[in-house]
Design a protein around this ligand. Structure first.
Ligand SMILES: *Cc1c(COP(=O)(O)O)cnc(C)c1O
Length: 262
């Protein structure tokens, strides 16, 4: 993570021009979400905007919160460690509560190695990137030790692309049902990354597959399947995800601009 030495992620200063850019980004994404909800016959405000804040510093994230963002997603445990406390303190000064027990949840949305679980659990409200029962069991055990209850989502690799993490779609129902029975975990839903192709049919087919998995698991848990979240859709494909039932879109570059670091 070379950028972590090149950029001070705990920086809280943000100049007016940059703050304005970010606010404009938030507002245009909010408008586009509302438009997609209406266009595809979804209920107004049924889709939550999560700001994907990897490589962005605390000041940039504060600018997004001031513009109305109410959910944050970080990719890397190290970034959560670098930013969570400073963000919480900075937001508190403005009457906003971020992170665990706060009204603005902070999720981990990227890969979690087991040696980082203990660091992340006290700082994050939930983990969207759980790829199966093995990782879930480890999280469950550590959460029990820490006396915490953790929201998790099962990440499913609907496109089958080898570069993507997540469990295979064929395994998703079994994995989700197994996860739902673990102590100290709360299965909140499913997460996926859309296929990396510019073909509406192919991308939407993947999102639809996740929705079907969600509906099936919801039915088996005898729980209203609408209560299980579908975290799908990023800057390039969120309208298609909303068309297929997304309840949470994870947006980075359309809010903050292109990333200077990967
Ligand atoms: C970076 C990232 C996003 C947001 O991507 P953009 O294309 O910048 O909107 C969403 N989800 C995950 C898991 C990510 O890593």
């Amino acid at each position: 993570m070379a950028y972590m030495t090149q950029k001070d992620l705990a920086n809280t200063e943000v100049d007016c021009v940059r703050a304005r850019q970010i606010a404009d980004g938030v507002h245009s994404v909010q408008d586009a979400i509302a438009q997609a909800e209406s266009h595809y016959g979804r209920k107004a405000e049924s889709v939550t905007l999560l700001a994907a804040t990897k490589t962005r510093d605390a000041g940039e994230i504060m600018a997004a919160l001031r513009a109305g963002v109410r959910v944050i997603g970080e990719n890397r445990p190290q970034e959560i460690v670098a930013k969570a406390e400073i963000l919480r303190a900075q937001a508190a000064r403005e009457g906003l509560s971020v992170g665990v027990n706060g009204e603005i949840p902070l999720y981990l949305i990227g890969q979690l190695q087991s040696n980082k679980i203990n660091k992340v659990l006290p700082l994050a409200n939930g983990i969207q990137s759980v790829d199966g029962i093995e990782l879930a069991q480890k999280i469950s055990a550590r959460a029990q030790n820490l006396g915490l209850c953790v929201d998790v989502m099962l990440e499913v690799n609907v496109s089958g692309e080898a570069t993507k993490s997540g469990c295979a779609p064929e395994r998703a129902i079994d994995e989700a049902l197994a996860i739902s029975s673990l102590p100290s975990l709360n299965l909140r839903g499913f997460m996926t990354l859309g296929a990396r192709v510019n073909d509406e049919k192919i991308v939407r087919r993947g999102f639809a597959a996740l929705r079907e998995i969600r509906d099936c698991v919801g039915g088996q848990l005898a729980q209203d399947s609408e209560k299980l979240e579908l975290s799908m859709g990023m800057s390039g494909d969120f309208a298609w995800a909303i068309a297929e039932g997304s309840t949470m879109v994870r947006i980075g570059s359309a809010i903050f601009g292109p990333r200077a670091f990967v």
